[in-house]
Design a protein around this ligand. Sequence first.
Ligand SMILES: NC(=O)C1=CN([C@@H]2O[C@H](COP(=O)(O)OP(=O)(O)OC[C@H]3O[C@@H](n4cnc5c(N)ncnc54)[C@H](OP(=O)(O)O)[C@@H]3O)[C@@H](O)[C@H]2O)C=CC1
Ligand SMILES: O=C(O)[C@@H]1CCC=N1
Length: 271
Amino acid sequence: MDQQHHIAILGSGNIGLALAKGLVKAGIFMPQQITLTRRNVAALSALAADGYNVTANNAEAVSSATIVVLAILPQQLNKLLDEVRPSTDAARHLFISVVSGVSCQDIRSHMGLDVQVIRAMPNTAISIGHSMTCIASDKASEANMSLVKSLFDTVGVSIQINEELMTSATALCACGIAFFLRSIRAASQGGTEIGFHAHDALKMAAQTAKGAADLLLQLASHPEQEIDKVTSPKGCTIAGLNEMEHNGFSSAMIKGIKLSAEKAGALYKAD
Ligand SMILES: NC(=O)C1=CN([C@@H]2O[C@H](COP(=O)(O)OP(=O)(O)OC[C@H]3O[C@@H](n4cnc5c(N)ncnc54)[C@H](OP(=O)(O)O)[C@@H]3O)[C@@H](O)[C@H]2O)C=CC1
Ligand SMILES: O=C(O)[C@@H]1CCC=N1
């Protein structure tokens, strides 16, 4: 990213910090180009030592930035927007919101400003450059959409979607990291029960999951096509797989994703 941009991340908790670290790791921003805010600013002292600007003053952070990332909880958003409204210049600032369940129009309406807003839904793998990020907007310029897409492409894979699908993207991709992590954890617990020390079982389960994902991504293959190659007739794989399905494995994942999507859409109440 060229040096003209300074980014303010308002709300430097789990996803805000993951984004900041990912951008620096990718080499597109220096810590000095990033301002991190939170109320308990003392919790950011290690980041300050690494060269990031840290402050509890959101308005000041916005004044010094061209790109403003909203990374606070939905229920904390309106108060923060009130705080930064006076220092927001609709002609200069581009807002990127990762806040679940809040539309671009919600943000503009609450601010009473025609500021450009792009929603992004990354996941925590952004800190290591492996996020699946969905981006959407209702009326941002093509140039700003390209800018934001290129930014998130440096920290994983990004796709542009329709804004009405953002809560679905939240469930599948942002919450999804937790769903796959729990699956890996469960596999490792099974591994320990059949003889492996916990740390070995976890490594074996995680690498196996990575291999499964790469088979799909690198070969553009379908899961069942790859599963068919593993399930020998009368073999142990199909026995285990069918036992999991009898216990609701696929159904549990589908129902969980549907509930997360419903919840993601109901996290914010506009004024
Ligand atoms: N976690 C994830 O994987 C993802 C989260 N999201 C979305 O990102 C948002 C943040 O989630 P997450 O990072 O998990 O939440 P966190 O609670 O970890 O982070 C929110 C941060 O905002 C800070 N904060 C709260 N109020 C203010 C304020 N007025 N000014 C400045 N900072 C403030 C809090 O710190 P303090 O209390 O010190 O102010 C906290 O560090 C949510 O809307 C969520 O839906 C989206 C994608 C993935
Ligand atoms: O759990 C949450 O509400 C947030 C949104 C997506 C991931 N974490």
